[in-house]
Design a protein around this ligand. Sequence first.
Ligand code: T6T
Length: 326
Amino acid sequence: ILKAAAGLAVAASIGLTAAPGFAQDKKYTVALIPGLTTDAFYITMRKGAQAAADALGVNLVFQGAPEFNPVVQVPVLDATIARKPDAILIAPTDKTQLVEPLRKANEAGIAVITVDTFIGTGQYQTGKGDADFPLAYIASDNVLGGRMAARALATAIGDAGGKVYVSNVKPGISTTDQREAGFKAEMKENFPKITVLDTQFNDNDANKAASQLQAVYARNSDLKGVFGANLFSALGAGNGVQQAGQTGNIKVVAFDAPGSIVDNIQSGLVDAAIAQHPAEIGYYGVVSAYAHLTGQSIPTNIGTGFTVINKANVSDPNVAKYVYSE
Ligand code: T6T
């Protein structure tokens, strides 16, 4: 102990605060601001972030709003900035409306990394545009995810094709905009017998998504399928199919994998779920923030994976582990 104390005194006298062999004395605080707090996707992301924080001795603060909406997310962000964390990991709820609020964090010297969703074009640190200041974007490849959903839905419907639509949240969210774009591009390029009807926007309200399914089916008795572009859109669209008595006739492909997806796949209500890896997003978010704060350079873009869950693999533990935590 005496030796260690003497070593610390020497280190301090020559201006070393974190000499090799001595514990890092600065404990970093990283704030994680999700799109909304009560969403299994962000609950799972938080778990991954906490695992990295525990491994690195980082203090993780999780603070969010009850709805996926910039009007309620911006005040949470402002309050977080006032507490001066070392870094903010945030899933911006709008591509443009979060630019100025996040600039304030950047100008206050807080490292900004976006997780899941992006601001501007999602191309950061380019020196171009007014929304390139975040250090990194860590997320699924959402265009690819949309394409994967299209392939799964086309396979479920079969060769005859027919009418489908996208159940989506609202325009302006990077993730769900990209999923819809990927889905439509894939259908257009590779599945000419499938007609994509107008997108139905549900404001992240599963009840609204269920009513919309029934309304679209009432107008199109030959409706063949629906792509739910996020957890609540898919849950609602599936409920709508069930309420309409069309389980198995109207095919459902879901983005995201909450606990209920297992039953819904087993019962045949949902044909496939594109599970994201939110724990990976949270883990690499904290690791990237820590790397930056301790003087390392970090990639501006980290892409995480997907697992497609269907009836054939839903019981496999290596697949089931990607079902989100509640
Ligand atoms: O799909 C995720 C997330 O990727 C998206 O940005 C918003 O919706 C979810 O949180 C699921 O509800």
